[in-house]
Design a protein around this ligand. Structure first.
Ligand SMILES: NC(=O)c1ccc[n+]([C@@H]2O[C@H](COP(=O)([O-])OP(=O)(O)OC[C@H]3O[C@@H](n4cnc5c(N)ncnc54)[C@H](OP(=O)(O)O)[C@@H]3O)[C@@H](O)[C@H]2O)c1
Length: 235
């Protein structure tokens, strides 16, 4: 049975990744920041092969500790899904992540969780991926991280995703000799706590689209940056 590790699995897109793969018979390692706010995931774990692991991804020693628990266990697909958006722009009257009112502590926190933690997780679990059959790494990026498509504001969140893209696109080269493929996906604008109820897409649609892309990922198309529906996104 193939195994997947997904971060931020207690809610939103991470929970939907866990649900769809678990219902298809995959073994799922569902990583959550805390043991709270995960009732739906616990219910899923009661019905399928889902192991809940608690790990705050801003704590890199905790990531190493988690990896040591899974040493020598193959992980076919590693999905770096967890991220924080930070305060929104004018709509919330909170401009702490835009020019003129930047909160640099907040920016540092966002960079750590959204950009550095995915890289750290891959370093920690690379041997698990290397001994698996599928050997695939996914990072949830976002169109707001595209330099070509950028707009005003949200400087902090945008840079975390642009930096994540650079880290992952480089890893695609680094890991190709080990036959490991890497992809960055934008899930679209999806109804989650981050995406809000105003979003047009459901998690079901977004995740099933990305699962099709994951199934098609290989060493020839490694390093891709795509929308959930398969469209290419300019860097
Ligand atoms: N929804 C959208 O429209 C949209 C659009 C573009 C890109 N994305 C990307 O898609 C991914 C998933 O987004 P989402 O909409 O599902 O977001 P979400 O509903 O806000 O969920 C974020 C998840 O990340 C977890 N997380 C945050 N900080 C963490 C930490 N330090 N350690 C471990 N877990 C942590 C959260 O855990 P807690 O519950 O404990 O906080 C939660 O499970 C993100 O990478 C996001 O940037 C989303």
């Amino acid at each position: 049975m193939p195994r997947i590790l997904v971060t931020g699995a207690n809610r939103g897109l991470g929970l939907e990744f866990a649900r769809q793969y678990a219902e298809d018979g995959w073994s799922v390692i569902a990583v959550c920041r805390t043991n709270e706010d995960n009732r739906d995931l616990k219910s899923l774990a009661g019905q399928h092969d889902v192991t809940i692991e608690i790990c705050d991804l801003s704590d890199f020693e905790a990531i190493d500790h988690l990896a040591s628990k899974w040493m020598d266990q193959p992980i076919d697909v590693l999905i770096n899904n967890a991220a924080v958006f930070g305060p929104r722009a004018k709509a919330d009257g909170d401009l702490r992540q835009s020019f003129g009112t930047m909160d640099y502590g907040l920016w540092t926190d966002l960079l750590r969780v959204n950009m550095m933690a995915p890289f750290k997780l891959i370093e920690a679990f690379i041997e698990n991926i290397a001994v698996s059959k599928e050997k695939k790494i996914i990072a949830l990026s976002a169109t707001p991280g595209s330099i070509t498509e950028t707009g005003p504001g949200l400087n902090a969140y945008r840079t975390t995703k642009a930096g994540l893209n650079m880290a992952m696109a480089t890893l695609a080269h680094d890991l190709k000799p080990r036959e490991i493929s890497v992809a960055m996906f934008c899930p679209g604008w999806v109804k989650t706590r981050m995406g809000t109820d105003a979003a047009p897409l459901t998690p079901e649609t977004s995740i099933s689209g990305m699962r099709t892309l994951i199934a098609a990922l290989n060493l020839d198309n490694t390093g891709q940056f795509k929308r959930y529906n398969g469209e290419d996104i300019s860097w």
